[in-house]
Design a protein around this ligand. Structure first.
Ligand code: ACO
Length: 431
């Protein structure tokens, strides 16, 4: 039986239908509210707004739960591969051996960039931010595959998805090589997804880069844990752009831009820069905590819109950072600083009262550092990992016959109507 929420405005009672998600989350359907009452809801930051019904990822921020298509992130992280995870998110089920090898083969055939696209890299300055390059080149992919700009069936979608997931590695690695003035390394189809990426990042023509098994596993884990996180800012951006019927290339390119900011995917680089400052004696841990409490800075890698408990991804990455460094026989003083900083923050009432815990970005940079990935590439690494999630969400909307263009309303607070003043009659603005 449909439950009803009652809303009274100026003495009139409006009945609003309610519905429940498969995990018991309750929602009030306000789609008819404005036409019935003339009122809209006001929710800046969209913290109380469900923008869609989605069957891809479930997060319970109070309990610290994350599941992709129903599978707990801890199980996928312990046993899955990145390609399997991507397929699970995009196609909705864990692939069979045959399905996985077919998709791997498809990805293998798509890893090269058109030579015309390679020339785009020459136009970027060497100091250009790799996120700008990634977004621009992913968007430009659409120019090289016009047949995939308007996707009409599953086959075309699968091809576009494979192109993006495969080429994003090549583009990311080449953005790095460009910044270093190093020659571009072409992908090697004999290598696995992560090995191939590390090869394009670090091999040089006369020296092949052979990463350790631990390094490959750590990178796989990093990508798996970043693969999706339901309606965050970048995913919502992808869905919003996609709602205009823009192409998959354009939509995920917009997602990269949204991810870039310090409050979202740029936080992983912010954490490492903050830890550097502590290591270099520019700030002590108590000073950081004081500055955060005085609102002079934010503790990067802490806090989350949804998690009011430990982010399960941070838990896994913290353990993985320890294990990776141990297996590599390396010690990273930044890990010690991070552990001390997290302990100091969590013992402080400011953080406890606001339920601020380490998020995915707090420990992820320590893994990337151990893999010799430079700090300005950290958000790019996040984007590679997040690509399957963005693609899955774009497709979920694309397949929805009732999808409407995303178009929020506003409450206008500007000037009321006034008459245009011709230039010669305007006073001189002193300033
Ligand atoms: N450091 C200090 N205070 C914080 C932090 C933080 N990292 N995060 C939240 N707070 C405080 C706010 O000042 C606010 O306090 P108040 O109620 O006294 O004003 C309260 O906690 C709630 O914070 P909001 O900003 O309202 O929380 P919101 O959900 O809007 O923001 C966000 C979430 C952006 C992640 C925030 O926690 C933040 O800035 N964190 C640091 C950046 C970061 O790590 N981003 C990565 C997030 S994970 C991801 O995108 C992959």
């Amino acid at each position: 039986m449909t439950k009803i929420a009652y809303l009274t405005i100026d003495g009139t009672v409006y009945e609003l239908p309610m519905f429940e998600g498969s995990e018991g989350e309750r929602a009030i359907d306000i789609t008819q509210l404005r036409s019935l009452s003339g009122c809209i809801t006001y929710d800046p930051g969209f913290a109380n707004t469900g923008s869609c019904r989605s069957a891809i990822t479930f997060v319970d921020g109070e309990k610290g739960i994350l599941r992709y298509r129903g599978y707990p992130i801890e199980q996928i992280a312990a046993q899955g591969s990145f390609i399997e995870t991507a397929m699970l998110l995009i196609f909705g089920h864990l692939p069979s051996k045959e399905e996985r090898s077919c998709f791997r083969e498809l990805l293998g055939g798509q890893e090269l960039l058109h030579e015309g696209l390679r020339h785009h890299f020459e136009g970027f300055p060497s100091k250009g931010d790799p996120m700008a390059i990634l977004s621009a080149v992913i968007n430009s992919l659409g120019c090289y595959h016009p047949e995939l700009v308007d996707i009409e069936n599953e086959e075309e979608f699968t091809m576009a998805a494979a192109k993006i997931i495969s080429k994003v590695r090549t583009i990311a690695a080449w953005a790095y090589r460009k910044s270093k003035g190093l020659p571009f390394m072409y992908p090697n189809p004999a290598l696995s997804y992560c090995r191939n990426f590390l090869h394009m990042m670090f091999s040089i023509p006369n020296r092949f880069h052979e990463p350790s098994q631990e390094a490959v596993r750590a990178l796989t884990l990093f990508f798996i844990l970043h693969a999706d996180h339901e309606q965050n800012c970048s995913c919502s951006t992808v869905r919003m752009v996609g709602s205009t019927q823009a192409s998959l290339f354009a939509s995920v390119s917009a997602g990269i831009c949204a991810l870039w900011g310090r409050l979202h995917g740029g936080a992983n680089a912010g954490v490492i820069r903050m830890l550097h400052r502590i290591r270099d004696g520019q700030m002590s841990i108590p000073t950081v905590i004081e500055k955060v409490k005085n609102r002079e800075m934010r503790l990067m890698g802490f806090g989350h819109r949804i998690y009011k408990n430990y982010d399960p991804r941070a838990k896994i990455l913290k353990q993985a950072a320890h294990e990776l460094l141990e297996k590599m026989g390396r010690h990273d003083e930044l890990l010690d600083i991070a552990l001390n900083l997290a302990a100091a923050a969590m013992a402080d009432d400011y953080f406890a009262e606001r339920k601020l815990y380490p998020n995915v970005d707090f420990y992820s940079g320590l893994i990337l550092r151990a893999l010799n990935i430079p700090v300005n590439m950290f958000p790019v690494m996040f984007a590679i990992g997040r690509m399957p999630g963005w693609i899955a969400h774009w497709y979920e909307d694309h397949q929805n016959p009732t999808l409407r263009i995303h178009r929020p309303r506003q409450i206008y607070i500007g000037e009321p109507k006034r008459d245009y003043i011709p230039m010669e009659e305007r006073g001189i603005i002193d300033g």
